[in-house]
Design a protein around this ligand. Structure first.
Ligand SMILES: C=C(NCc1c(COP(=O)(O)O)cnc(C)c1O)C(=O)O
Length: 396
């Protein structure tokens, strides 16, 4: 047809279920061509018909871009948020949220967080690591503005009762940020439990194909949108149009991938728990997990997600040997992709945290972190068990 489409398709409404929102939210058909999948808008600048009068709503890609906006709308819909803003990485998202605080603000963080997040706070006097995962009261000061939660935590898979921490924090006018990277919006929606901001390393489950580095924050506050939106443009740590397009495409199948990864992680965790070569398994989907009750309250159907970690007998040497003996699990940093990955946090993702601080939160030298992909569960189980046998028997 050579005429513009009269009636663009109805946008999905919030009453739709997750899978429908994942496929349709932030995905208008192109009003001119009718393209069902949005084109990639690579132009960094947009023509103006007169001074200060752009043709459409866009002027310059750092300030806003069609692909980034559509991705942000999709994330907001899936996190039950009014707003979402995308950044160049999960680390950039964390940094910009911290930058949005007034100078001299104090931050309370749970102590077992991703190494990159930990290092941002470790050098700031205005940061305290709370071992206790619910009662933050002893750490609150008149300058405290933010509580940073990672649940499940990277790499020990501890959980935090978001609602309990949020009710304490809000009594003191303190905001709560939850890093929801390990579960994705499919399994957990922190804003529904009282959090003020939810953040993701999009690099992980949301994009889900280990080919994009990106971050995103979602929230309801208009004032926060103005503040973080200003910093998004002023600092310019933004994702490219192509990365936004890729991440939006990945998001559309996230629920299918996360379901499959959870099935696989559950099977691998049970196999590890039954092995004589394993000291302990950290997986919120197991009945043995110390915070299982929180998972049943906060996670969709009590799902454990695709991430787990375990302590292998034989120390760091056995952990290293294990990671060099698997054939399906690739030894590499990162997580949440379609391929299964393993790593030794004490020497890799959390190496920057001093040993005594690492071990105080359970990141021992014999800890192996596992990101289960969407391969076949039986193949993954067999790979883990054969590597365990070889790694531990060889260390005797
Ligand atoms: C790269 C890894 N983590 C990144 C990460 C980040 C940082 O995201 P980046 O997109 O890698 O900058 C934030 N939050 C959590 C919970 C994370 O796990 C890793 O643990 O292998």
């Amino acid at each position: 047809a050579d005429h513009p489409i009269e009636t663009p398709p109805r946008a999905p409404s919030p009453v739709h279920r997750f899978g429908t929102l994942a496929v349709h939210a932030g995905s208008p058909h192109d009003p001119t061509t009718g393209a069902v999948i949005e084109p990639i808008s690579l132009s960094t600048t947009f023509a103006q018909t007169a001074v200060g009068k752009p043709v459409g709503q866009y002027e310059y890609s750092r300030s806003s871009n069609p692909n980034r906006e559509n991705f942000e709308k999709a994330v907001a819909a899936l996190e039950h948020a009014k707003h979402a803003l995308a950044f160049a990485s999960g680390s950039a998202t964390t940094a910009i949220i911290l930058q949005s605080l007034a100078a001299g603000s104090h931050v309370i963080s749970v102590s077992d967080v991703y190494g990159g997040t930990h290092r941002k706070g470790a050098r700031c006097q205005s940061y305290v690591y709370a071992r206790d995962r619910v009662d933050i009261s002893e750490h609150i000061t008149p300058e405290t503005k933010l509580v940073w939660i990672e649940t499940p935590s990277n790499p020990t898979l501890r959980l935090v009762d978001i609602r309990a921490v949020a009710s304490q924090a809000h009594e003191h006018g303190i905001m709560v940020v939850v890093d929801n990277t390990f579960l994705s919006p499919y399994i957990q929606n922190p804003l529904d439990h009282g959090a003020d901001i939810v953040v993701h390393s999009v690099t992980k489950y949301i994009n889900g194909h280990s080919d994009v580095v990106m971050g995103v924050a979602a929230f309801n506050s208009d004032a926060m949108k103005e503040r973080l939106g200003f910093l998004q443009n002023a600092i310019g740590a933004i994702p490219s149009a192509f990365d936004s397009w890729l991440a939006h495409r990945g998001l559309k199948t996230m629920h299918l991938r996360v379901r499959e990864a959870t099935t696989n992680a559950t099977a691998v965790a049970k196999a590890l728990e039954g092995s004589p070569h394993v000291i302990a398994v950290n997986y919120p989907g197991l009945g043995s997990h110390p915070h299982r009750a929180i998972a049943l309250r906060q996670h969709r159907n009590g799902m454990g997600g695709g991430m787990l970690s375990f302590r292998i007998k034989g120390g760091h040497a056995a952990a290293e040997r294990f990671c060099q003996t698997t054939s399906l699990f690739t030894l590499a940093e990162s997580l949440g992709g379609i391929e299964s990955l393993i790593e030794v946090p004490s020497s890799m993702t959390h190496a920057g945290i001093p040993k005594e601080q690492r071990e105080a939160v359970g990141v021992f030298d014999d800890l192996v972190r596992v990101s289960c992909g969407i391969e076949d569960a039986e193949d993954l189980k067999a790979d883990v068990l054969q590597a365990l046998e070889k790694a531990v028997v060889a260390s005797k």
